[in-house]
Design a protein around this ligand. Sequence first.
Ligand SMILES: [Zn+2]
Length: 335
Amino acid sequence: MGDIMALHMGTHSIALDCKDPNSNLNFVSHAHSDHTSGIRKGSKVLSSKITQALLAVRGKPVTREDLPEGMRLLHAGHILGSSQLYAEKPETGQSAIYSGDYQIDASVVAERIETIDADVLIIDSTYPSPKVDFGDKAEIVADMQRYMKKTLDSGILLFGAYSLGKAQEIIRIANEAGIAPAVDAKTDAINAVYGANGISLDYASIGKDEVEFEAALKDNFIGIVSPHKLGRAAQRIASLYNKRVFTAVATGFAKIFNMGTDMQFPLSDHADFGQAVEYIERCNPKIIYTHGSNESAVVFASHLKRRGYRAQPLSGSDVHVAACDTALLKYPKAP
Ligand SMILES: [Zn+2]
C-alpha cells in the first residue's frame, strides 16, 4: 500500500494502514506486512491488542494509543486481531468505517466480523469483480481434508502458505482431520500468539523440538512452508526422504490463476464480491470509497455503481482524503 490514505474526522486525521506525515493518528488494521508501512520504531498506533502482539513477534513493536472519543475498533474477520476502524463525529453523529482486509465468511482461526451502520465506507478491493465467487467454505475445507488424507497414504504434502493467518487456518483444518502439520520457527512464534488468545493449534515445530520434528518426518507428513520456498522445499524433501511430495496452496487467487502446484484450493481470508456486497448492505453507507491497487479500486467502484451504489475509487492522486463532511458534500446526488 504505497499511497497515502487518511480519514479526516473533526480534529483528527488518521493515517489508514500507511505512513502519512500530516496525520496525527496511525491506524493499523492488522499485522500483515502490506498494512504496516506506517510503523516506525516506537510508533504509537490505533490497533487491537492482538495485532500489537503479532506485530511484536514480527519484529515491529508498537505502543497502543487510546481510542479518541467516537472511535471504535470492530472485528474484521480476516485474521486474528484484524479490525475495522469506526469513527463518529460527536457533534454531528456523522460516521465512517475503514476496512483493511476483511471477510464475511467465518474463519476457524479469527473473530467473526462485526458490522454497523456508517455514512461513509472506505472498503478494500482485493477481489473487485463478480466473476470471483469462492463458493461454500465448508465444501472447500472438506475437499482439503479429503486431499490431505489421500496424499498422506502415498507421500508427503507441502502447503505453501503465509506464516500469519493462512498457516494457522490450514493447521486447524488439518487438526480437525486428526493431522498435526509441521511448521517452521516463524510460524511457531505466530502460533504462540494464537494459542495465548484462545486458538489452540496442534503442530510439530522445527523451532520447538528438533528431535520430535525429525521423528515426525520419518512418516508421511504435512508441512507448511512460505509460498516462495514451496518448489525448492518440495524438491529437497523428495530427495531427502525418497518419497513423492505433493504441493498445494490455499488462496482466493486459486480462482483466478494457475498456481503451478499439484492442487490449489480457493480458501480465502478475504471477501469475494458477493461477500463485499453483503458487507456494504450491512453497513448501509451513503457513499463508498474503494481502495486497493489503482486498477482493482476502479473496477470495484464501477461494478458497485452498476448495482446502484454511490461508489468512488480512492486512486489517481497522491493524497487520498475521505472526510465525512466533504464526502457528503461532494456527492450530494446519486450518479
Ligand atoms: Zn491481510
